[in-house]
Design a binder for this molecule. Structure first.
Ligand SMILES: *[C@@H]1O[C@H](CO)[C@@H](O)[C@H](O)[C@H]1NC(C)=O
Ligand SMILES: *[C@@H]1O[C@H](CO)[C@@H](O)[C@H](O)[C@H]1NC(C)=O
Ligand SMILES: *[C@@H]1O[C@H](CO)[C@@H](O)[C@H](O)[C@H]1NC(C)=O
Ligand SMILES: *[C@@H]1O[C@H](CO)[C@@H](O)[C@H](O)[C@H]1NC(C)=O
Ligand SMILES: *[C@@H]1O[C@H](CO)[C@@H](O)[C@H](O)[C@H]1NC(C)=O
Ligand SMILES: *[C@@H]1O[C@H](CO)[C@@H](O)[C@H](O)[C@H]1NC(C)=O
Ligand SMILES: *[C@@H]1O[C@H](CO)[C@@H](O)[C@H](O)[C@H]1NC(C)=O
Length: 404
């Protein structure tokens, strides 16, 4: 049965070892190569999740930072030169700057699911180890262009670094925005929106999610193409930033256009007594914005049981906020609108409606509560103004509103 003699056995053994060694070496080389690639790929795909990857310098090709014009994050550990332990090469400290920089353009190719997931990420450590200037996200939900853009351009002038703009317009809109405009490159990936339908809520959530990608955005304002500001930037900025409350209008209305739109199929998540109505034009903070993009439970209930004649955009947020986040909500909106003429649409303002007295009235026509005190400033925005009103708004507006 002995097939090999002693000598042959040794030779066989020797070659087997060589073979195993060679195989191991080959596997090692392939694995190293493969891992390098994977590592590099991972890093490319998720720069947001793995910001302080120590191996970046080793694996990434020449790194081209994306320059942003509207963020100013100054790292507290300032940009002093630090020397690395290994080779004493001097490198400039980057810290979190790449991680915190929002993309220059609002466009991306994330799906809605990917976007909402990413927007729902919240740091568990509350205190930031860097200084940043909080910004207001102005989110325009439009059909086509931002009709009153010239007025908004005047409004934003001189306040760079304190705001970010996002525009959600119908996908069919193919107009262009001049490079010099503050609206240039601010259009987000958009989908078809139908008035009064669920797609309106989807668009609102899409706007919020896009705005949440920028950590500096701390307040979120939803506007339409026919909205105008009623005060100058600094007044609006301070009002929003200092507020202890969020502004989602919510009220309980008896009758067909209120409780009449409720469906018992929404039980047990939504009871009739919890059903609320309100304007879709909100002003909220980051905490509530994250909750809204993260909500699946109520969103699904509304998607299933609040269809066309229900007008989910007038009920979803008021109801959700009143059930879960009412403690910090003021139940009012800062966007003035006139429903006095009746019908399903509010009054529109044309050229002749715009007078100095009318604008003054909008700025100071009511009283309300703000941070526990009464105030005359109850509305910061107003709708609905047509393009025909633009030339008069441009003439009186900046002076009455004390634009700088
Ligand atoms: C940067 O940090 C160094 C040392 O920590 C400090 O001496 C210097 O004053 C700082 N510079 C600024 C501009 O904060
Ligand atoms: C950013 O900060 C630098 C210095 O800290 C300042 O010179 C610059 O004007 C700031 N930019 C903006 C947009 O605020
Ligand atoms: C833009 O859309 C309109 C119709 O909505 C069409 O007539 C026009 O040709 C389009 N323009 C471009 C440049 O695609
Ligand atoms: C907002 O808060 C700041 C700092 O707390 C304060 O200086 C400022 O007066 C407040 N503004 C208003 C309008 O309450
Ligand atoms: C807002 O509405 C909720 C629920 O309807 C209520 O509990 C809360 O007290 C209201 N808040 C204010 C400030 O009126
Ligand atoms: C607002 O209106 C009230 C009374 O209508 C008036 O006393 C007050 O001076 C007005 N405030 C401003 C800033 O115009
Ligand atoms: C903004 O308007 C307020 C009055 O509403 C005024 O006191 C303030 O000076 C204005 N700010 C600027 C920067 O013009």
């Amino acid at each position: 049965m002995k097939l090999f003699n002693f000598h042959q056995y040794y030779l066989f053994n020797f070659f087997t070892h060589i073979l195993i060694f060679g195989f191991g070496l080959l596997t090692g080389i392939i694995l190293t190569f493969y891992l390098n690639k994977t590592f590099y790929l991972n890093f490319q795909l998720q720069p947001f999740l793995l910001p302080s990857f120590g191996l970046k310098q080793q694996f990434s090709p020449p790194y081209i930072p994306i320059l942003s014009t509207n963020i100013n994050v100054s790292i507290s550990n300032n940009n002093t030169k630090v020397s690395t332990m290994s080779n004493h090469k001097r490198v400039t400290r980057k810290g979190l700057s790449d991680f915190l920089k929002p993309p220059m353009s609002a466009m991306h190719d994330m799906s809605d699911d990917e976007l909402l997931w990413r927007a729902s990420i919240v740091p568990k450590i509350q205190q930031t180890p860097f200084k940043h200037t909080p910004k207001v996200a102005f989110m325009f939900l439009t059909k086509g262009p931002v009709l009153l853009a010239p007025l908004w351009e005047r409004f934003f002038k001189g306040n760079k670094g304190l705001y970010t703009i996002y525009v959600h317009s119908q996908p069919s809109f193919n107009g262009t925005v001049p490079r010099s405009s503050i609206f240039h490159g601010r259009r987000i990936p958009s989908k078809e929106v139908r008035w009064g339908e669920n797609s309106m809520i989807e668009a609102e959530r899409r706007l919020l999610a896009n705005a949440l990608l920028d950590f500096s955005n701390q307040r979120f304002v939803l506007l339409s193409e026919s909205c105008i500001p009623l005060f100058n930037f600094s007044t609006i900025y301070t009002y929003l930033m200092n507020s202890t409350k969020t502004f989602v209008e919510a009220y309980d209305l008896l009758g067909m256009v209120g409780r009449g739109r409720y469906s018992p199929k929404m039980l047990p998540q939504v009871k009739l007594s919890q059903w609320r109505k309100g304007s879709q034009w909100f002003q909220i903070d980051r905490e509530l914005a994250v909750e809204i993009v993260s909500d699946k439970l109520y969103y699904m209930v509304f998607k299933k049981y609040c269809n066309p004649d229900c007008y989910s955009d007038e009920h979803y947020l008021p109801t959700l906020v009143s059930i879960k986040f009412w403690k910090r909500n003021s139940n009012r909106t800062l966007t003035w609108v006139d429903w006095s003429r009746g019908g399903p649409h509010p009054s529109r303002y044309i050229r002749t409606d715009v007078t100095i007295d009318f604008l003054k009235y909008l700025r100071n026509g009511t009283t309300c509560e703000y941070n526990g005190h009464n105030t005359n400033i109850c509305h910061l925005f107003a709708r609905k103004f047509t393009t025909h009103a633009l030339d008069r708004l441009m003439r009186f507006g900046p002076k009455i509103m004390q634009f700088n």
